[in-house]
Write a protein of this length. Structure first.
Lengths: 116, 110
């Protein structure tokens, strides 16, 4: 079946540095990918919709200059957390929709970011 | 009112118990419904789709009530391994962007 791979699984970085998270669709093409953030015991919060070959669509309240999204190919989307701060520490997870509307969603394994 | 609402729980039940969760949605144009399971510190994984006629997969039964705009998940003969958070996912008609519920936490104890 379709698989979405996310890397790295966990990362610890110093405050002020930038971190890049990759999301790959392994055996299918994903023109759209979604990036979520989940704080402990909270629901998944959609940050942005990544569109291949065009600018990402950010949800209200998400800083596009802080969370840079690049979707340069049909199988790869990246999220870069720039100038990370401790409050950015969270579980970041990407997903890609299945074929057609209202189909299943394929999630990456998620990335735990800890900013110290 | 949130688009998709779930009782966050936790539901704390003994092994072998039957437990049911509901999920209400506000958009009457919603067309597709799913239950996902999320283990602690892991990504959500598809548990089952929810069909209009209801569907069953082993100990799990999902049902849809369009009139009252909710879906349900019934777990029979609970196992310790069923302990997880169960997420309700809803798609509006013609949309590929899912709306997630907050999740319901289930704890099955010996």
């Amino acid at each position: 079946g379709a698989v979405v791979s996310q890397h790295p699984s966990w990362v610890i970085c110093k405050s002020g540095t930038s971190v890049k998270i990759e999301c790959r669709s392994l055996d299918f093409q994903a023109t759209t990918m979604f990036w979520y953030r989940q704080f402990p015991k909270q629901s998944l919060m959609l940050m942005a919709t990544s569109n291949e070959g065009s600018k990402a669509t950010y949800e209200q309240g998400v800083e596009k200059d802080k969370f840079l999204i690049n979707h340069a190919s049909l199988t790869l989307s990246t999220l870069t957390v720039t100038s990370a701060h401790p409050e950015d520490s969270s579980f970041y997870i990407c997903s890609a929709p299945g074929q057609g509307y209202g189909n299943t969603i394929y999630f990456g394994e998620g990335s735990w970011l800890t900013v110290v | 009112r949130k688009e998709v609402e779930q009782d966050p729980g936790p539901f704390n039940v003994p092994e072998g118990a039957t437990v049911a969760f509901n999920c209400t949605y506000s958009n009457s144009a919603s067309q597709s419904f799913f239950w996902y399971r999320q283990d602690c510190r892991k990504e959500p994984k598809l548990l089952m789709s929810v069909y209009s006629s209801g569907n069953e997969d082993g100990r799990f039964t999902a049902q849809l009530n369009r009139a009252s705009q909710y879906i349900s998940l019934l777990i029979r003969d609970s196992k310790l391994s069923d302990s997880a958070t169960y997420l309700c996912v809803v798609f509006a008609g013609g949309s590929y962007i899912p709306t997630f519920g907050r999740g319901t936490s289930l704890i099955v104890h010996p």
